[in-house]
Write a protein of this length. Structure first.
Length: 97
């Protein structure tokens, strides 16, 4: 999706390719470009069930962007959810407990 030529929705690698994640659809999730940027820097992570985990380096202004949302929206069909092992690899990479 583009607004005035700027793409607002991007495919985010759940496990970075440079950290062993494959460059394929099973390792991707649609995110707005701002959340994609923050995810790639470990400012937040996702549990296997989609709970949003805030990183210790996220600034208060960025935390406000979540507006109290604690859960990512995953498809109704669990078979279409992001792979839990890819999400776990991202959490490990950035030191989430």
């Amino acid at each position: 999706m583009a607004i005035q030529g700027v793409y607002e929705v991007e495919a985010c690698h759940l496990q970075a390719v440079q950290h062993g994640g494959p460059d394929e659809i099973t390792n991707a999730m649609a995110m707005c470009r701002h959340h994609h940027w923050a995810y790639d820097r470990g400012l937040f992570a996702l549990s296997g069930a989609g709970r949003i985990l805030i990183g210790k380096n996220m600034e208060a202004a960025m935390i406000e962007e979540f507006r109290g949302q604690q859960q990512a929206t995953f498809p109704t069909d669990v078979q279409l959810w992001p792979r839990a092992d890819r999400l776990a690899a991202h959490r490990t990479q950035f030191g989430f407990a």
